[in-house]
Every structure is written in structure tokens, then in C-alpha cells.
Design a protein. Structure first.
Length: 264
């Protein structure tokens, strides 16, 4: 029987006789009571930094049930993530950092194809830009039914999403919705997209740290949305972090009734 490893951030904490608290995060933690000494020894040996080597005699009878509890709570370390063919668009520090990080995570980086001939083996495109991603930049991804994730940096904000798939709203839907709310939106977007650098304003903190945070957030969302063990999709929701006041917000988007992409 294969034994899982707990994720690197998960710790096994003692709560009292025969009781362990595994993973102390409020959203990812479980309490297991009624454990005997061999089961406690077994669970502690699953910690990432444990030097304990488990022998057959160390495996308790309830090991399969304990393993299932850990897996169901998303506390185990996944090492079998299938490498994806990913294209990262954009010519900025964020795009460069994302390519490096995704490559180090075992994914295959694909060069951006000609707009009229999308690469047939791309699993996901991550579209980066400063200020906003124009919907026209995503037209060929829509046409090829390739999932794509917009990531934009603007001043003190990081916006990721929504996850664009054929059955949900596209970037044109989002632009039309924003234009309904502010008729000047297309004019504003044209002035902000396509820049190579993120504004370096002192009140937002260090630029390198901000870019690193955006990379971490993006790769986390990518992993959750494409890992078959989690399949966490954003449900057509974009997430925005404001680094000026450390706030986070989300917006749920709908298919726009006048979007030509969704018109029969």
C-alpha cells in the first residue's frame, strides 16, 4: 500500500490523549480522535519533514481509512500532477516570472502561436497585461476552445480571472459589461494595456515583491483549476487584491446578451 505524504505546510499537533489535530488552518484541518499509539506514530510519520521510515509492522489496520480522511481534506502532498502545455502571453516581468515558475513546476511552456493558427496541443493560456487584457487578444483562444486565464496588474491591484471556458463568459462579455457601467472603458483600456512594466509607486511597496505575489497567486489558481484531485474552478469569478489596504474582493461575471461570441 502506498502511503501519502502530508503537504509541506501541514503539521500534526497533539490535542490530548488519543487525539491529533492535523492541519491547523481553519479551512484545511481535521481532528481525529480515538487513536491508538500505533496510529499516532503512523500519522506523525507522514509529515513532510519526518525522518521516520515506516516498516510493514508500523502500518496500523486502519491506515486505509486514515489515508482517505487526509486525502478528502486535501491535506496530502500531490506529486502526480500531470504536466500541462501552457502558453503565457505578454512581454512584462510577470509573464517572465510565470514562465519560469511554471517550467520549474514541471509544465511545458509553449510559444504563443500565430493568432490564426492556435497550437492544437495547448491546454491553457495565461494572458498577462498591465492595466487590462483587451478581448481581441483572446479571440483566437476562444475560437480554438482553449481555456485561458487573464492576469492584470494595475497600480496597487492584482486581478486574476475569470477562468474563461467555452461555456462561460468571455473577455468580450466582460468588456461589454464594463462598458455598460462606464462608456469610457474601451478608451481607458486602450491607454493602459500593452505596457511592459508595472507602475513603481512607493506607496504600493516593492515591485519585485508585488510581482512575486502575483506569480504565486496565479500559479495557485492554475493548480487548483487544473489539478484533477481538486477541480476548483472559479465559477466565472475574478479575484482582485488591493495591496494598498490589503483588501481582497471578487466579481462574478455573466455572459453578455450582446456578445457576438455567444450569439447563435
Amino acid at each position: 500500500m502506498n502511503h501519502p505524504r502530508l503537504a509541506p505546510t501541514v503539521r500534526v499537533l497533539d490535542r490530548g490523549p488519543g487525539c491529533l489535530h492535523i492541519g491547523h488552518s481553519p479551512s484545511h484541518g481535521i481532528v481525529i480522535d480515538g487513536l491508538n499509539p500505533s496510529e499516532i506514530h503512523y500519522l506523525r510519520a507522514l509529515e513532510t519533514d519526518s525522518n521516520t521510515t515506516l516498516t510493514q509492522r508500523d502500518i496500523p489496520a486502519r491506515a486505509p481509512q486514515l489515508n482517505q480522511l487526509l486525502t478528502d481534506a486535501n491535506l496530502t502532498h500531490t506529486t502526480n500532477t500531470t504536466p500541462l502545455n501552457i502558453c503565457v502571453t505578454g512581454h512584462n516581468d510577470l509573464a517572465t516570472g510565470l514562465r519560469t515558475t511554471l517550467h520549474n513546476n514541471g509544465h511545458h511552456l509553449i510559444s504563443e502561436p500565430h493568432p490564426e493558427r492556435p497550437h492544437p496541443h495547448i491546454d491553457l493560456a495565461i494572458l498577462t497585461d498591465i492595466g487590462g487584457v483587451p478581448y481581441i487578444d483572446a479571440h483566437h483562444w476562444n475560437k480554438a476552445n482553449i481555456p485561458h486565464l487573464p492576469v492584470t496588474l494595475d497600480g496597487c491591484t492584482i486581478t486574476i480571472g475569470p477562468w474563461i471556458t467555452p461555456e462561460g463568459p468571455c473577455l468580450h462579455c466582460i468588456d461589454l459589461t464594463r462598458s455598460d457601467e462606464d462608456p469610457a472603458w474601451p478608451h481607458l483600456l486602450a491607454q493602459t494595456s500593452g505596457r511592459h512594466t508595472w507602475d513603481t509607486t512607493d506607496h504600493c511597496g516593492n515591485q519585485t515583491a508585488r510581482t512575486a505575489l502575483a506569480i504565486w497567486l496565479t500559479t495557485t489558481i492554475q493548480r487548483l483549476a487544473t489539478d484533477p484531485t481538486t477541480l476548483t474552478r472559479e465559477n466565472h469569478t475574478s479575484l482582485t487584491w488591493n495591496l494598498l489596504d490589503a483588501s481582497a474582493s471578487h466579481t462574478t461575471w455573466n455572459i453578455h446578451p450582446h456578445c457576438p461570441t455567444h450569439t447563435p
